[in-house]
Design a protein around this ligand. Structure first.
Ligand code: AVI
Length: 323
């Protein structure tokens, strides 16, 4: 197969935006230190995330898939005929296959920050669904969503699975939904997976799996900073930590410095106290009404919500309003 079989759109323009190096240095120079979770997803990070999705402790993926399967006839009815399906953070584009097989979809747009991963997974979709017009946009959708030319703005359904919305703070999630709504025609559908608040032990084991894949995923960020940005940073100097922060209703993921250390990048040096961490990810957990309120503030009204019998995960079908 060649790239001509998909319509590729590069939207990763750095114009007016800080580069990865600038963003990372700013984060590591702040107190507390942080790094945006989007940098967890280079090729290796995306592959590790796919492995996480298969772990017994990581319930969100399989639970969301099971809910989707059951809800599919209703989703198809809500989506209507000849829809254009936009998938945000498409990754391996696995769950969307369930939608492509049951909904009436004419055109698909996958949006992801990880270019090679996006291209290979959308090419596979184009090969497996020859009747489908397939577009791939390499973009950082956390900075807003823009529909590339050639995508019909009629009958749009946006699919945002996996509770990736939980990786935004609630304020940023609201801003993100507002910007998404502004680029969608009124009445567009948004099918969004949202992880639910639950027993803390279940949550914490999902981010501290016995095989250490989540730890690998987190530590891979340091390899990336070394290889891509030239930091003299070694993964052996840090350890993975993930815990539920009850007050904030979120899982926090950190890389803890095992000792005092000074990292350098060109003329810049960054000091770590022993135990000081880089905060690498938040994963917010919601109640169903709590998420509906957030979506409502952003101009999306709830049409339908599905969840599993154990109340682990939810999928919302929202409609964009005109305001
Ligand atoms: C992509 N995102 C929704 C995952 C989550 O659960 O927050 C990323 C992840 N981080 C560690 N495990 C999975």
């Amino acid at each position: 197969m060649n790239i001509a079989e998909i319509h590729f759109h590069n939207q990763l323009s750095e114009d007016n935006f800080p580069t990865m190096a600038q963003e990372v240095i700013a984060g590591l120079s702040s107190r507390p230190k942080y790094c945006s979770p989007k940098y967890l997803y280079d090729q290796k990070g995306s592959e590790l995330f796919e492995k996480i999705c298969e772990l017994p402790e990581y319930y969100p993926t399989r639970t969301e898939e099971a809910i989707l399967r059951q809800a599919m006839p209703e989703i198809a009815e809500l989506a209507g005929k000849d829809a254009t399906l936009v998938e945000l953070g498409s990754g391996a584009s696995r769950k969307v296959r369930l939608l492509l097989e049951s909904l009436s979809v004419r055109c698909y747009l996958g949006v992801d920050i990880s270019r090679d991963f996006l291209v290979s997974s959308t090419r596979r979709l184009a090969a497996d669904y020859p009747w489908l017009e397939v577009h791939a946009a390499c973009a950082d959708f956390t900075r807003g969503v823009a529909l590339p030319e050639g995508i019909s703005p009629k009958r749009l359904v946006t699919f945002f699975p996996g509770s990736s919305i939980g990786n935004f703070t609630p304020e940023a999630a609201e801003r993100f939904l507002i910007s998404l709504r502004r680029c969608l025609p009124t009445g567009s559908g948004l099918l969004v997976g949202v992880d639910l608040l639950k027993d803390h032990a279940i949550l914490e084991s999902a981010y501290n799996d016995a095989d250490g894949i989540t730890a690998e995923f987190n530590l891979n960020l340091l390899d990336r900073l070394r290889k891509e940005l030239g930091f003299d940073i070694e993964r052996e100097g840090f350890s993975h930590r993930a815990f539920f922060n009850e007050r904030q209703s979120r899982i926090e993921m950190h890389l803890d410095s095992r000792d005092f250390q000074v990292l350098s990048l060109n003329t810049k040096s960054i000091r770590f106290r022993k135990g000081e961490s880089i905060h690498t990810e938040n994963s917010y957990k919601y109640s169903i009404p709590g998420f509906q309120r957030l979506a409502g503030r952003a101009g999306f009204s709830s049409r339908r919500v599905w969840f599993d019998d154990d109340g682990l995960f939810s999928i919302h079908y929202l409609i964009s309003s005109s305001r």
